[in-house]
Design a protein around this ligand. Structure first.
Ligand code: PMP
Length: 398
């Protein structure tokens, strides 16, 4: 019956991660998948999460279904974190926020909602973007295009070209933007560029779909969400998908949220209902455990302060590793391939290494990067950074 089903070629990032797990070499270094490892190379359990979990263990109780929209304290805390606790839009009840299965689930529920209520709208992604963006939106039946973004040569942004393309889009087109720590390039818009882009979105009547998977990993929790605050105050139609996978180190718990900023509380209520209907059609309602952990941390001042502190330490460790690999490569690679380690932000850097060099890194040195040359800087640590730098220097040299 199922003979005609072809083999799934696999997801390029997840398959590489599996290859890494099976690699027997002792000195192997995984810089492929977007996961934050600590300086010991381990996946951290954050102190505040551990405490929230211990508290939960003490109150084991029945497990009813959550509502389709999710756990209410979680939704509220997520909304406050993304939009600011004192946001006007939040106070006036015009943001519809629901719990989703990770940031990916938020993207999918948002995509299904847009397909239903803006059936003729098409979506524009940065070139390049996280590979799964295209997959998720196309699987919702939305046609996906790209706008210029990354400048291969300089390792920076093609801002003028990006703006020109966005200026030419038909009204109600959807523009997907990364709030911070752009995946895969590490190249973000600066404040002045956001200030230039936002009026264009507004004048062209475009829908901004902001993906924020790394809040807290760029400059700080508030700073990383500044573009969202600007979009809200400018009245741009706005949808935000956010994820707690990285900033809570809760990857497998699948904690995310989707928010739609509306013009009134009444509109937000209707939108929330329709978002819930998309959840019902997909998976009925979200899981409980991770949402209780995140809400338990964000809504308890002492745990929240501890979480913020630990997140700052993670961010600073990434910055320190950027400096260490820069120093290790200084004098061994050309300037334009060097400065990007310091200029790019967040967990990723586009190294500018060719596919052949990436392959040699893997085969000759057991250092795993994505084929595109993307490096997860958060996989570097004091023990492996020198080795990685010399491995890169050697493949660049010959
Ligand atoms: N958006 C971006 C840009 C990402 O990098 C990721 C995770 N790699 C996601 C969304 C999805 O997040 P989650 O793992 O929470 O589904």
């Amino acid at each position: 019956m199922f003979e005609h089903v072809p083999a799934y070629p696999g997801d390029p990032i997840l398959s590489l991660n599996e290859d890494f797990q099976h690699d027997p070499r002792q000195n192997k270094v995984n810089l492929s998948i977007g996961i934050y490892f600590d300086d010991a190379g381990a996946l951290p359990v954050m102190g505040a999460v551990r405490e929230a979990e211990s508290a939960l263990l003490g109150s084991i109780g029945p497990r009813p279904y959550l509502p389709m929209t999710g756990h209410a304290p979680y939704r509220d805390a997520a909304q406050a974190l993304v939009f600011g606790a004192d946001s006007e839009a939040r106070a006036s009840g015009r943001i519809a926020t629901l719990q989703t299965i990770g940031g990916s689930g938020a993207l999918k529920v948002g995509a299904d909602f847009l397909k239903r209520y803006f059936p003729n709208s098409q979506l524009w992604l940065s070139d390049p973007s996280w590979e799964n963006h295209r997959v998720v939106f196309e699987s919702a039946g939305i046609t996906v295009h790209t706008y210029p973004y990354y400048d291969e040569h300089s390792g920076g942004l093609r801002f003028e070209q990006m703006l020109d393309r966005i200026k030419s889009l038909p009204p109600q087109s959807i523009v997907l933007l990364h709030a911070c720590c752009h995946n895969p390039t590490g190249v973000d818009l600066d404040d002045a560029q956001w200030a230039e882009l936002v009026p264009v979105l507004q004048q062209r009547k475009l829908i901004a779909f902001v993906d924020m998977a790394y809040q807290g990993f760029g400059a700080g929790l508030e700073e990383d969400a500044a573009c969202i605050r600007l979009l809200v105050s400018s009245g741009v139609p706005l949808i935000v998908a956010n994820s707690f996978s990285k900033n809570f180190s809760l990857y497998g718990e699948r904690c995310g949220a989707l928010s739609v900023v509306c013009e009134s509380a009444d509109e937000a209520k209707r939108v929330l209902g329709q978002l819930a209907s998309r959840v019902r059609a997909n998976y009925s309602n979200p899981p409980t455990h991770g949402a209780r952990l995140v809400a338990g941390v964000l809504n308890a001042p002492a745990l929240r302060a501890s979480w913020e502190q630990e997140l700052s330490t993670m961010r600073e460790r990434i910055l320190a590793m950027r400096k260490r690999i820069y120093d290790g490569l200084n004098g061994h690679v050309e300037e334009r391939l060097l400065t990007r380690y310091l200029a790019q932000r967040g967990m990723f850097t586009y190294t500018g290494l060719t596919e052949i060099q990436v392959e040699r890194l893997r085969e000759e040195h057991a250092v795993y990067l994505l084929r595109s040359g993307r490096m997860c800087v958060a996989g570097l640590n004091e023990r492996n950074v020198g080795y990685v730098a010399s491995a890169i220097a050697s493949v660049v040299k010959s």
